[in-house]
Structure formats: C-alpha cells, structure tokens
Design a protein around this ligand. Structure first.
Ligand code: UFG
Length: 344
C-alpha cells in the first residue's frame, strides 16, 4: 500500500478521509496549516491504530512552495488527496483576493511540487458550486459549469488547470464535486468544527444546546414544496469512501475524470430542521429571516457516473448524518466549555 499525502487533513472532510484511508491500509501524511483545521483532530487521527498504518503530520502552508516541496522530499508519496482550501461562499464574495491566492495559487504550488517529484495522481475536493445556478435537476456532470461566486470559481479554475496539466505533463486527477456534506464519524472521533459555523445541520444542533438560542432559517418563500431550499445531503463517511475508491481508480490506471458525490435525494430546510428536532428529542426555537444572498432554490445530484465508474454508492440516510452530527456536537460542546473554563 502506498503513502498518501492529504492536504487539509485536519479539517472536516479531510479528517474523515484520513480515517477511510487508514481503514483501507494506506499510510498517510497530513499537511495542514491549522488555520482552519485543529491540532486536537491531528492528535485523534494519530491515535487511531488501524491495520498498522502510519499517520504523519506536517504543519505547513501551500502558499509556501518550499514547505510543500519538502514533504515530497522527505516522504515517498504515491498519490495526493487535496482538501486544503477556504470554502465559505459569502466570505469569498467579500474577500476574493484571499480565495484566489490561497485556493488557486496554493494548488499551483502543490501541483508543481508533485511534478518536481514525479507524483502524478491527485484526487481533488471540488464542489457543486462549480455548476452555479442549476439549469436542470438533478445535476449531472454534463451540466454547464458557470459558478456564481469566487469560491466556486476557484474550484473550477483548479479543475481546468488539472485538465491542462494532464495534457501537458500527464498529471491524472479525479475531481469530486460534493453536494451538501453532512454528519460525522460514527464513533464521534472527528466531525464538523468550523468557526464561524455557517452550515445548516450544525447550526440547528447548536441551537439545541443553549436554551433560548434561536435557529435562523433563511427564506421560506422559495418555489419549493414547503417554501424552503432543497439540498442533497451526502454523509461525510460515504463521501470519504469515495476518495479511497478514487485513489484506487487512479492507481489502476484510470484516466482523469470527475464525479458528483450526492445521494440524488432532496430535503428541504424545514425537513432537515424537523429531523434534527426528532433526533435530539427537543423543540428548537426558530426565526424566519429573509433569503440569504446566492442560495439557489434546489440542488440535487445525479450520481450514476460515480456508481458506474468507481462502484461508489452512498449508504447512509439524512437521519444517520444528523444522529452522528449530534453525537459529535455533544463532544464539541464539552470541549468548548472546558476551553472556556480554562480561559476564565
Ligand atoms: N440555512 C439556514 N440557516 C442556517 C444555515 C443554512 O436556513 O443557519 C439554509 C441555507 O439558506 C440553505 C440551506 O440551509 O438554504 C443549506 O445551507 P448550507 O450553508 O448548509 O449549505 P449551502 O447549500 O449553502 O452550501 C453548500 C456547501 C458549499 C457549497 C454549496 C454549493 O457548504 O461549500 O453547498 O454546492 F459551495
């Protein structure tokens, strides 16, 4: 089994992918600046002993070419899974410079370091945001890619760069276009841990912890069944497994390719909210606010390409994702409280 470099391995999706890789017997080198990722996550991942895999950690920033080049010199890397990026849509509109520099320039450094060291396989964390406003649903991989915010544009630029690097240098990539990622490790070892948190499920769950804290629902006047936005919530462990399959696909000589990762099922914000209340066993105070800028009414994936080419199928339900997210949120709240107590 080869050694896999995981950039952004201390982040939300990256950490679940590290677990999936070590469960499949790969050695892993995590490269993370810890600007968004957490040292606690690194320690947890390094404490997981599965099938004798080694998990190394290097703190570094992709914006610094020598830091990422050194990783390839010190480790015999076989393939790369690339998560490290900024990923907040609203922030990307306010601070595009930060996004283009970190996401695009950072990836160029990574690709250049790969080429220098003759590493030719990369799995890239792309997004449904590269499609922009849906022209039809469900969205398949042939849907036009016209991103409507700088975040989605950076991810599309990187996809295009990877195509050109394949033609010119033989660099093979699999780009995985995620829909709405949800849930946490089933043993609650890692999970979603953003500051600030903008995503729906953790925000609803956070509201169940502090009495009186209201959950804000953005827009109930969309042209959907109950007036709230519909999304395709894909479980993070199912998603992580797709990365392992993508590595195997490339290592078996697969050509550059791209796949949607979603369930093909849509759930409205109100449905997600009700399922959260049900899982937690508590009613959550809710306030309806105007629409959030840039939210399309409906985003649902077609996923048959990932099924037919990589043999990937999601297994977990929305309820599974909410249950695991809740179990993780309990641990997170304890950690936050302990930290706050220590600071007092
Ligand atoms: N929502 C609320 N209240 C909240 C948070 C979200 O009502 O506190 C609503 C949003 O308005 C939206 C839905 O819940 O209708 C889902 O919102 P999320 O922020 O959880 O997810 P998005 O669909 O906006 O974003 C996700 C990814 C992005 C990606 C985007 C498009 O997080 O990285 O899908 O693919 F760019």
């Amino acid at each position: 089994m080869g050694k896999i470099l995981v950039t952004g391995g201390a982040g939300y999706i990256g950490s679940h992918c590290v677990i999936a890789l070590i469960n499949s017997g790969y050695d892993v080198v995590m490269f993370d600046s810890l600007e968004i990722g957490h040292i606690e996550t690194v320690k947890t991942l390094q404490s997981i002993q599965a099938k004798g895999s080694v998990v190394d950690f290097i703190q570094g920033n992709l914006q610094n070419l020598s830091e990422i080049s050194d990783v390839f010199k010190r480790h015999n890397i076989d393939s790369v899974v690339h998560f490290a990026a900024y990923s907040q849509v609203a922030e990307s509109v306010k601070e595009p410079q930060k996004y283009y520099y970190n996401n695009v320039y950072g990836t160029l450094n990574l690709l250049n370091a790969m080429l220098e060291n003759n590493v030719k396989n990369i799995v890239f964390s792309s997004t449904a945001a590269t499609y922009g406003n849906p022209v039809y649903a469900p969205i398949d991989e042939k849907h036009p890619q016209i991103p409507v915010n700088p975040y989605g544009k950076t991810k599309l630029m990187i996809e295009n760069i990877m195509d050109d690097y394949d033609k010119a240098y033989g660099l093979k990539s699999v780009r995985l276009r995620y829909f709405n990622v949800a849930g946490a490790d089933y043993q609650a070892r890692v999970g979603e841990w953003h500051n600030p948190e903008t995503h729906l499920i953790p925000n609803i769950l956070k509201s169940t912890f502090s009495d009186g804290k209201t959950f804000t629902l953005f827009g109930d006047d969309y042209d959907t069944k109950d007036g709230t936005c519909i999304r395709d919530y894909i479980n993070v462990e199912d998603l992580a497994n797709a990365h392992v399959l993508a590595i195997k696909y490339l290592n078996n000589g697969g050509e550059t390719n791209f796949f949607n990762l979603g369930t093909t099922e849509g759930n409205s914000v109100k449905e997600v909210f009700k399922t959260c209340e049900d899982v937690v066993g508590k009613s959550v105070p809710i306030e309806i606010h105007p629409r959030r800028a840039g939210d399309p009414a409906l985003l649902i994936a077609a996923n048959n390409k990932a099924k037919s080419v990589m043999g990937w199928s999601p297994e977990k339900t929305l309820r599974d994702s909410i249950t695991s997210a809740y179990n993780w949120e309990k641990i997170l709240q304890e950690r936050i409280q302990k930290k706050e107590m220590a600071e007092i």
